[in-house]
Ligand binder design. Sequence first.
Ligand SMILES: [Zn+2]
Length: 480
Amino acid sequence: MEYKSTIGLEIHVELKTKSKMFCSCKNDPDEKRANYNICPICTAQPGTLPAINKEAVRKTIKTGLALNCNIPEISKFDRKNYFYPDLPKGYQISQYDKPFCKQGFLEINNKKVRITRVHLEEDTGRLVHEKASSLVDFNRAGIPLMEMVTEPDLTTAKEARKFAEELKLILKYLGVSDADMEKAQLRVEVNISLSKDKKMGTKVEIKNLNSFKAVEQAIDYEIERQAEVLDKGKKVVQETRGWNEKKGITISQREKEEAHDYRYFPEPDLPTLHLDKKFIQDIQAEIPELPGAKRIRLAYEYNLDEKTIEIFTSNKDLGEYFEKVMSELSNWLKQADYQKLVKLAVNYITTDFWSLFGKASITELESRITPENFAELITLIYKGEISSKIAKQVLKEMFETKADPSHIIEEKDLTQLTDAGEIEDIIKEVISKNPKAVEDYRKGKQNALQFLAGQVMAATRGRAKPETLQHLLKKELGSL
Ligand SMILES: [Zn+2]
């Protein structure tokens, strides 16, 4: 039986701020010393008072604006009451009925996925289980945590994954979070139900999804599991399930709580916030070009194909480097075939240049190979002054010595051999040294020709133009 699946997401994001949400402790997700960044406030000692981190509020609103949300004038914090050993207060400061951002959307694959809300809360501590005991580390307690909830507009595992990936990209563009899933800075929970008609089925929540792959696999598994339950005429239980990565299955954890189980009430220690227009406008002005707009512009401005656009959008720094190179090139080569320049620049940036990333950060890379020098290299290739093989060598040299390409080419005598006479002399020498290969060639062995061409290329130290070399070599062999 075919069922329609309805999927909604709840995504938690640790914000990148200097200090925690309600105290001045350092927000350092990489701190290895347990209980190092803690104070009486984030460990909930009696008599302490929280103070709101303005930067966390700004970053939440920035995210909301980027996701096309409304920002209500009035917001407030509430207490969400529950007990767990990693929650020192016995409640979490969160937002209930007056979140910072409401009713937005994010477009993926030309489909608007509605965003119900984006709110701000504090993260909990972390439990470390060791043999017979459990230890608690409060370094994470009180770190600003942003939660966003979507409407159930997603219908497939692939779509949900795409949504989460696009959201991560936006968060990185905005600089509000590093959104590293392995470090649990971005945590995805899935709500999923199956039904045959318009009436929604029973909702199951899946937690512990710490990679995009897990999001996709868990949804696919759950669709199949719920369909089997329904096919047998049974009812799906409303519950929270965890994802077991190793076994590739979801496992029942507990029955789902309702909002009233948390006894939400307004946080009495924090004021209601009135956000004036100027405050929001200032945040709006800081929002950079976002991935969606960038894709459209890259297609329009450079006529790039979809795959390249994706590379330059998901690797923001690489895309920016490409644009700097293009800007240098268009200054220099006003009369050039623009599309050919784009193609050359894309080709070298997405292959040889990109492969250097393993060796250095983009800042380091850019200081070694400046966009100006890179543009010069492209110019030399464009003008046919160096071969593509030499270009790779020069690029490597540029990375190592920081020198500009013409300097390297001159110093190492790498200019392309254009003198046919010089190449012919080398060909004659190679032919006389390799009588067996010549004979094989006469017998019709094509790889003998490739062998000879390789020998000639090596003798020119890669400086011959491959087409010229082939042409001259065949001519020489033919006349023997
Ligand atoms: Zn603290």
